[in-house]
Design a protein around this ligand. Sequence first.
Ligand code: PBG
Length: 327
Amino acid sequence: MSAQYPIARPRRLRRSPALRRMVSDTRLHAADLILPMFVKEGIDEPRPVASMPGVFQHTRDSLRKAAHDAAEAGVGGLILFGVPAVKDAAGSAADDPDGILQVALREVNAEVGDALVVIADTCLDEFTDNGHCGILTPSGDVDNDATLERYASVAVAQATAGAQMIAPSGMMDGQVGAIRAALDGAGFGDIPILAYSVKYASAFYGPFRDAAECAPQFGDRSTYQQDPAGLPEEALREVRLDLAEGADAVMVKPALAYLDVITRVRDAVDVPVAAYQVSGEYAMVEAAAANGWIDRDRVIMESLVAIKRAGADLILTYWATEVARGL
Ligand code: PBG
């Protein structure tokens, strides 16, 4: 009678922890993880971000300490966001040598720059009074090419301050090329660009806008960020353009709702692919866990493994230090 039973039994390799461990395929490494961090000008104490429990707007001191902890845990890199005390239409603080992000880049690089990669997020939305990622025309559109000139100057200021990698996140056309040319012209030909190539106009960024104090004062970002319902080929086109302009690595953002896009990009390119597990992805897990509705630690690991399995070589995650410690 045994002919009616299966010969192939996938369960055989799942029988013991040792078997499962031996055949498991997707492994996270601490060095794959990049920790996003916020530093705020003019505060004396770190401020908790209400919508992101466990994440802080750092002081310069607490930022250095947290960067040190990340390095000690073996995290691969940090990406820094600055929250200036004063904002204006041009986002002037973004390329001020004494602006908060430049000061923080100098200090963090001195503290941990040998142990991990110090990355600067290159954008204007934290620095403009209107919260948009660029310079506005009189009618309130974001002026692509005027913004490129600002990004070029910001990237040079960041590299001068010690950024080891530049990560343009503003989704202007031609931003990678403009920044590459400016870096090369300023003697920073060796500084790589991690391009936010595929960035969707996503509701999952909600909590970030509290952390970075950069919610657009009018309108939204859908004239420059991608439509979640757009062709996946649009993502590939953005990636191809960025590589042609000199990007050294590319990013997909957000992560969990775009795993298909991560896989498509991974299959299409021969450079490292990063994925950004964004603020809303973090907040959902923390909120559900705080209610006792999910097993926090298992959900964190499962989500990170899923992102890696989809094809991400690098993962930006607010849990980087904690996860690296546990690996
Ligand atoms: C723009 C930027 C944003 C995020 C990273 N860089 C916000 C936006 O585009 O609105 C979001 C990150 C997150 O949600 O964790 N400088």
